[in-house]
Design a protein around this ligand. Structure first.
Ligand SMILES: [Ca+2]
Ligand SMILES: [Ca+2]
Ligand SMILES: [Ca+2]
Ligand SMILES: [Ca+2]
Length: 484
């Protein structure tokens, strides 16, 4: 993409441009600071658009990007697509010894491809979003911050979908699929998937993408959009819900990469996700909530190898670098990475921030003598097995900042890092990563969540139930793969 005359480089635009005669006018108001990135660019890119369709992408779990130039969308979309299909993995996590589907499920319906959203017309955008069943949220930001459309809603425009998924969709549903091994992006297509609905109908998705799990050390989640279901209560007769997914053979069979760079076809892999759906009633008991789950958790020594994507599409990289070392320096000694079945945000719109550990997470350890230790606070040394372990904070969210608020740009993908420091003897005792979701802990929501001002009568996807995910301790062998 670097050679493209239409290089959509919002950050460079910020530094170099910003006049009324320039199609990227407004970007000059940007400063190349850590916390402003793509969303800010979206907010600032007004004026002289010749395209009647606002080139806006609000952030869902899937995308937060903008093509900040006057060139044709198709050219830029194609350039991004080419780059996204490059087969490159760097220190990418393997989550299980066996290649398989770890999780899959419908998390956000109707909100992928809502035309007409524009941060310059919030009233109309809110109306369109609410009509589509999307959440609209009022962000609380510092006075010098200008919220972008993605800070109000996770609903995204058809143009936004096209940029990262290759083709527009309209009011489509989103469905992430998590694999235990990363895959080769060139083999990912909608035709790799067959979803069987509870009605018996078999559906091929409309689009697929490695976004938002595009960092070179991620790449084990595929996100597909299509018409997959509805939001009826799990007990309703009219419920439509994908009860299973199968990887099927197309011209480029979906290929996973495992230990040592070995490749294996994913064709034939299946995953069952029977009802209840994500759209359980708000008043069900916490254990019955249909919200997102953890599908794996893994404890390694901290490494920044494969973080971000040097030379990757600049429209994507606004939320990086977001690794533990960037945020916490030498305190980042270990990384407990959790792998989620869907985005995990505060309310479906506002993202998590690096200082959110105590409200949402807990780490369980068991000492050699059988004593159970709960790591509930950050900055506290917990003594285990003659050593100590301390929770430093969260990472793989967004970039470092002095303060965090609703205008924080989070990557909203399927990984969240709990950064630790301490001694091997103590760290090795960790057994579970937990999202208690009750008893003083807050639930997390995928991008179908209600936001902070839900429309009365509209069913949004539910919050997390109490989650306790067993941790794979890989301190001696990080269980990662680089390809080619
Ligand atoms: Ca394929
Ligand atoms: Ca990430
Ligand atoms: Ca990262
Ligand atoms: Ca993340």
């Amino acid at each position: 993409m670097g050679s493209s005359p239409c290089h959509p480089d919002p950050l460079r635009g910020a530094a170099d441009q910003g006049d009324s005669a320039n199609p990227t006018r407004g970007l000059g108001l940007l400063t190349y600071t850590s916390r402003w990135s793509t969303f800010r660019t979206i907010a600032s890119d007004r004026s002289s658009r010749t395209d009647p369709a606002p080139r806006l992408i609000a952030g869902t779990a899937v995308a937060c990007a903008l093509m900040a130039s006057a060139c044709s969308g198709e050219v830029a979309d194609d350039a991004v697509q080419r780059q996204l299909s490059e087969d490159i993995l760097v220190n990418a996590d393997i989550w299980d010894e066996e290649p398989k589907i770890l999780g899959a499920g419908l998390g956000f319906t109707d909100i992928n491809g809502v035309p007409g959203l524009d941060v310059d017309d919030l009233e109309s955008s809110e109306r369109l979003t609410r009509l589509a069943g999307g959440a609209w949220s009022d962000p609380t930001c510092a006075s010098d911050e200008e919220p972008a459309i993605g800070h109000y809603t996770s609903t995204i425009t058809p143009e936004g979908v096209a940029l990262t998924f290759g083709k527009e969709t309209y009011f489509a549903d989103g469905y992430p699929v998590e694999f235990s091994w990363p895959y080769l992006p060139s083999t990912l297509d909608p035709t790799d998937f067959a979803l069987t609905l509870n009605t018996g109908e078999v559906i091929t998705p409309e689009v697929s993408s490695i976004v938002p799990n595009w960092e070179l050390n991620e790449r084990s989640t595929a996100v597909i959009f299509g018409q997959f279901g509805n939001r009826l209560d799990p007990s309703s007769d009219g419920l439509i819900w994908p009860v299973s997914i199968e990887i099927v053979e197309d011209d480029t069979p979906l290929t996973l990469v495992g230990p040592g760079g070995q490749t294996v076809s994913a064709v034939g892999m299946t995953y069952q996700s029977p009802p209840p759906s994500s759209y359980t009633k708000p008043d069900v008991s916490p254990a019955d909530r249909g919200g997102p789950q953890l599908v794996a958790a893994k404890l390694t020594r901290m490494s920044t190898l494969g973080e971000g994507w040097d030379g990757g599409p600049r429209v994507l990289t606004g939320s990086t670098p977001n690794d533990g070392v960037t945020l916490y320096g030498d305190d980042a000694e270990y990384r407990l990475r959790v792998f989620t079945s869907g985005g995990m945000t505060r309310n479906g719109v506002q993202g998590l921030t690096p200082d959110d550990f105590e409200d949402y997470f807990r780490v369980r350890a068991v000492a050699d003598d059988g004593t159970e230790v709960l790591l509930t606070e950050t900055g506290v040394d917990y003594a285990i097995n003659g050593g100590t372990v301390r929770v430093v904070g969260l990472a793989d969210l967004g970039t470092a900042s002095d303060a965090y608020d609703d205008c924080y740009l989070e990557d909203r993908d399927n990984q969240i890092d709990i950064i630790l420091s301490g001694d091997d003897a103590a760290v090795r005792a960790i057994t579970h990563a937990e999202i208690p979701s009750t008893d003083g802990y807050l639930p997390l929501y995928n991008p179908g969540g209600p936001g902070n001002a839900p429309t009365p009568g509209v069913r949004y996807s539910a919050g997390t139930p109490p989650i306790s995910q067993e941790v794979w301790v890989t301190l001696d062998d990080p269980q990662t793969v680089t390809y080619p």
